[in-house]
Design a protein around this ligand. Structure first.
Ligand SMILES: *Cc1c(COP(=O)(O)O)cnc(C)c1O
Length: 398
């Protein structure tokens, strides 16, 4: 159950649905791009199926265009890109990294895998993102990094964080799995901190089944990252003819995806604008057509501060109580609509209790996690399906 909640597939309660499977509205559906099959076929016929071939180059160039990042490395997942960030920072036992309580476990794992300590900080309930005051209060002389997860593709308030980062010289890691194409005051998400990461898991806006990317602005970090990603060798430099043999240079692992994944990713990125337009169409309808119901029912809709461009990765409601959240999830399930909640706060999860440290209770994260419900959203959702969700939600009485 917990695993299903964390992965966000929204399967809870669906077995209780009385509606036929064909009429069920799932929470999310992976996008299908038109050139996926032709691209995959081209890879299989080319005899270059391992990583770093022409589709990796095409997908990398597309990501550099969308994000403006000077350096982009495709990885096998967002989790692995976060692992690379922890390795590049040379986190070690005794080091601390501040992580929002309401977040996906990947970065907490990356920190724990290095033997460093996760320090959990509370969130700002207007966006679900890490709260700057909570970060400021959690800083010690051992703080090496602060993790920012732009929840739903809505940027965290970066101003104060950037000031704190330069005062205390720690790195900012942007877990930008939700935020490809989003921005904060015109600055693309994933390029504001020291590291930015992306996910191409098939629940994300753009996907290749499983995949990710690491975004970097620093040239020296990029050179080290390239080695780390290729089993700790300088194979990439060798292939560019910059060294005449390649050898083991540093610790690393195998973080590069195959051309088969890159082929799907390149096909999806070629349709990025259509994907985003499809998602924004659904998102904007929810925002406009649920407003009146929400204000009468004491429900808060997801909001986006005006200085941020969001990515329509998700649309959520914040119910007045945990009990009314439970009720609306059941109510929608009975109408064939899958509307899941989201993360279990890391500080109260079994691994968080064992591996982390929580200097101040994360009360807003606990409240946010217990009242949130996400509505179905994918680019090819029909207007009729959106109508059905809106009708079901607005007929619910808390
Ligand atoms: C999906 C997700 C991840 C993990 O991505 P993978 O590519 O599956 O490793 C990490 N962080 C956030 C916020 C996510 O939504």
């Amino acid at each position: 159950m917990r695993r299903e909640v964390v992965t966000g597939t929204g399967v809870q309660h669906t077995d209780k649905s009385s509606v036929q499977t064909a009429d069920r509205i799932s929470f999310s559906r992976p996008y299908r791009a038109s050139r996926e099959l032709t691209n995959v076929e081209a890879v299989l016929k080319s005899d270059h199926c391992h990583g770093d071939g022409p589709f990796t180059a095409a997908a990398t160039a597309a990501l550099a265009r969308i994000t403006g990042a000077p350096h982009v490395l495709l990885t096998t997942s967002c989790t692995h890109a976060l692992d690379m960030a922890a390795l590049l920072l040379e986190l070690e036992p005794g080091d601390e990294a501040i992580v929002p309580s309401f977040a996906f476990p990947s970065m907490a794992n990356a920190i724990a895998l290095r033997g460093a300590t996760c320090v959990f900080a509370d969130i700002d309930s207007t966006t679900g993102n890490v709260d700057t005051n909570a970060v400021a209060a959690a800083i010690t002389d051992r703080t090496r990094a602060v993790v920012v997860m732009h929840y739903g593709g809505v940027a965290a308030d970066m101003d104060a964080l950037l000031t704190l980062a330069s005062e205390h010289s720690f790195a900012i890691i942007e877990d930008n799995a939700h935020g490809l194409g989003g921005s904060w005051r015109g600055r693309p998400l994933g390029t504001i901190g020291t590291f930015g990461t992306l996910s191409f898991h098939d629940t994300k806006n753009v996907h290749c089944g499983e995949g990710g990317a690491l975004l970097l602005t620093d040239e020296v970090l990029m050179m080290r990252a390239e080695i780390m990603r290729e089993k700790g060798t300088d194979r990439a430099r060798f292939l560019r003819g910059q060294v005449d043999k390649y050898s083991w240079r540093s610790i690393g692992s195998s973080y590069l995806p195959s051309e088969l994944n890159a082929a799907v990713l390149a096909a999806q990125l070629a349709e990025f604008d259509q994907i985003q337009a499809g998602r924004h169409r659904v998102w904007s309808r929810y925002a406009a057509e649920l407003r009146e119901w929400a204000s009468l029912a004491g429900v808060r809709l997801m909001t986006v501060p005006p200085d941020r461009k969001h990515t329509a990765h998700l649309f959520y409601l914040r119910m007045p109580t945990a009990n009314s959240r439970h009720n609306i999830v059941e109510y929608l399930a009975a109408r064939g609509i899958s509307a899941p909640f989201h993360y279990v706060p890391l500080d109260s999860s079994p691994a968080g209790l064992k591996l982390g440290h929580t200097p101040r209770p994360c009360v807003r994260a606990a409240e946010f996690a217990s009242t949130i419900v996400r509505l179905p959203l994918w680019p090819a959702m029909t207007d009729r399906e959106v109508d059905r969700v809106i009708h079901a939600v607005t007929s619910f009485r808390a």
